[in-house]
Design a protein around this ligand. Structure first.
Ligand code: SF4
Ligand code: SF4
Ligand SMILES: [Zn+2]
Length: 131
């Protein structure tokens, strides 16, 4: 897991289904738009005018934070995927990106093969173990 995979909203692209799957993969939010799904190229958060003004390049730095879009995204992820953008961002703000990456590695590491657990599918894409 690397800092470049942590999106402005707090999403860890390294645990995303689109990043982990074998076909039509997405390189991650902060990577080039070339092979990204359309929805990610046109993402409201990444293209947000306020985001461009943030110093840290994370939404927690924004004067509008937490905006409606972020609240909706956080609610969707808390409900469906047992993950919170706000918790992620708070952790990054408080402890820094390196500690966040270590915590993510631990949280999403497959206990069977050491691969990565996908937050969307709730399973390891390497060995298929479900959580
Ligand atoms: S689809 Fe979105 S969340 Fe998933 S890896 Fe791409 S940019 Fe990140
Ligand atoms: S918190 Fe909302 S308004 Fe601020 S940069 Fe992020 S998406 Fe834009
Ligand atoms: Zn595994």
């Amino acid at each position: 897991m690397k800092a470049i995979f942590i999106a402005p909203c707090g999403m860890n692209c390294a645990i995303c289904m689109a990043y982990l799957r074998e076909k039509n993969t997405c390189p991650g939010c902060r990577k080039s738009d070339e092979s990204k799904p359309k929805s990610c190229v046109s993402c409201i958060i990444k293209n947000c005018e306020h985001f461009k003004k943030t110093k840290s390049k994370f939404c927690y730095d924004c004067e509008k934070f937490p905006c409606t879009r972020m609240k909706q995204l956080d609610k969707r992820y808390r409900t469906k995927y047992d993950m919170s953008m706000f918790e992620n961002l708070e952790f990054i703000k408080k402890h820094g990106i390196e500690k966040f990456l270590k915590a993510q590695e631990k949280k999403y590491k497959c206990s069977k093969c050491g691969g990565v657990i996908c937050v969307h599918r709730k399973k390891c894409f390497k060995c298929g173990k479900s959580i």
